[in-house]
Design a protein around this ligand. Sequence first.
Ligand code: HEC
Length: 114
Amino acid sequence: MPAALGLGGCDVWQSTAAPVTFGNSRHGAQLIARSGCGTCHEIPGISGADGHVGPPLDHMAERTMIAGFLPNTPDNMRAWIKDPQAIVPGNAMPNMELKDDEAKDIAAYLYTLR
Ligand code: HEC
């Protein structure tokens, strides 16, 4: 499976993650607080976000995979935030009814977490 070979290399990942400058991370932080992501996730910088249903979202900018499964690219992150049930059906994270732009801003905030 040659396509999977690059995934293990942190250097490869960092060179693709570094130029992520899309979305409005401040707005993303507000959306995260409002949407209740913190009832399930520990999220640095979001007050009251200390849930333990899902994994903590610290260092999200530096992770290779999303949900242990999806390569951590901005597009995949946006897709996950919008529709996690389509990606891993039956997992405990509900679809939060977010718009495209909202998912993008939330992803932008998560990518500030190094
Ligand atoms: C009801 C609980 C719940 C809520 C609310 C929730 N999540 Fe999740 N989330 C989960 C669970 C459980 C997982 C792990 C899914 C898996 O690995 O299959 C997860 C996984 C994730 C991941 C991947 C984490 C990783 O370590 O790879 C991200 C990113 C994420 N959630 C972001 C969000 C955001 C942003 C919100 C708010 C819009 C949110 N979640 C709301 C439960 C929740």
